[in-house]
Design a protein around this ligand. Structure first.
Ligand code: BMA
Length: 337
């Protein structure tokens, strides 16, 4: 099996511990990689996305300010593990260079398509909706049109155009702590006008994803299809539990799910996942991956309080997803009614 993409020989990495033989994904032993109060005026950083940049790493981080309002902060790292987070939040401008700051911004994703870096987040657009900005230098951040009307969350861009169009996953929702949710995709020729909406997959039959699901990391292109790490949510008498799931989407027609793993790949079990501002949350937002070795590093928010890092290997995770794949008709259909 092959990742279609670039080599990343400085990807953060740790071999799988002996005692985790059957597990497809394993945690970094020094987690969490970002602890509480990481910079002045920011109480918690979690649900954040990173990318390789100029031989090092860059990231957009969800920072919960000390007044409780979430914003996006820029961070840099030499090794993908130790991060220097800016004290000032990212300053957005509109196409004419005027200030264009959202009221709040959370759960950012960072995806490069054709040499432009896009930041996608949950913004206030008279209710929770998707915000979008672009940068080429991580100095000027230009806000673009909000792609969808409210309410919507968990938008993730594919890292290349498919059949000539940009493709974005998202999860239409309600204005609160949505008790439902499926993953949809939309296409755009220009990142302004979005349409050709398709249903990708619904909440799962298995307990860990039986309430709602949402996009996680930008899908990884492989010779088996788009490898997608997403989050699945279940309900308990004490609230939601967020786990990480895996699926593989058709390469030319990603609203078709080829394989969908009935087991979670990672579920809250460590103290930093089970205990925090919101307990029992593993919320993936990005991966780094190396096309030469098939190593994959998954960045995830833990308990709405920390950033965690986990690892897997392409052959291993794809084989696991295929071995445990259960599909419904909604998964395999094109997703239009
Ligand atoms: C979701 C989002 C995420 C958060 C999760 C758990 O609705 O708000 O940012 O991690 O809830 O609280």
């Amino acid at each position: 099996m092959k990742i279609i993409g670039e080599a990343l020989n400085n990807i953060p990495w740790q071999e799988k511990p002996e005692d985790l033989k059957g597990a497809p994904v394993w945690r970094y032993s020094e987690n969490p990689i970002i602890d509480r109060n990481p910079v002045e005026n920011v109480a918690r950083i979690f649900n954040s996305a990173v990318m390789p940049y100029e031989g090092k790493f860059v990231g957009v981080f969800r920072g919960e300010q000390v007044n409780g309002v979430p914003y996006i902060y820029l961070g840099h790292s030499e090794d993908g593990i130790h991060w220097n987070i800016d004290k000032e939040k990212i300053h957005f401008v509109d196409e004419s260079g005027n200030d264009f700051m959202p009221k709040y911004a959370y759960d950012p994703r960072l995806v490069k398509v054709d040499d432009i870096y896009y930041i996608i987040w949950c913004t206030d657009f008279y209710g929770a909706a998707i915000g979008l900005a672009r940068t080429t230098d991580f100095k000027t951040f230009i806000r673009m049109e909000n792609p969808f009307i409210p309410f919507n969350r968990n938008a993730v861009l594919f890292p290349r155009k498919i059949n000539g169009n940009f493709v974005m996953l998202s999860r239409p929702s309600d204005s609160g702590h949505t008790p439902f949710g499926d993953i949809f995709l939309s296409e755009s020729p220009d990142m302004t006008y979005w349409g050709k909406h398709r249903h990708v997959m619904g909440k799962g039959k298995e307990w860990w994803e039986c309430v709602k699901i949402g996009g996680g990391a930008a899908p990884i292109e492989t010779d088996e299809g788009w490898l997608m790490f997403y989050h699945g949510v279940s309900g308990t008498c004490n609230g939601f539990v967020y786990s990480i799931g895996g699926a593989i989407l058709d390469i030319n027609n990603p609203s078709i799910v080829k394989y969908r793993c009935e087991n979670f790949l990672l579920t809250p079990e460590k103290w930093y996942e089970e205990r925090g501002f919101v307990p029992n949350v593993c919320f993936p937002c990005a991966t780094l991956h190396d096309a030469v070795t098939g190593k994959i590093a998954i960045y995830y928010g833990a308990a709405d309080s920390y950033v965690g890092l986990a690892f897997t290997q392409l052959d291993e995770v794809v084989s696991y997803i295929k071995e445990h794949s259960v599909l419904t008709q909604e998964d395999t259909e094109i997703g239009i009614r």
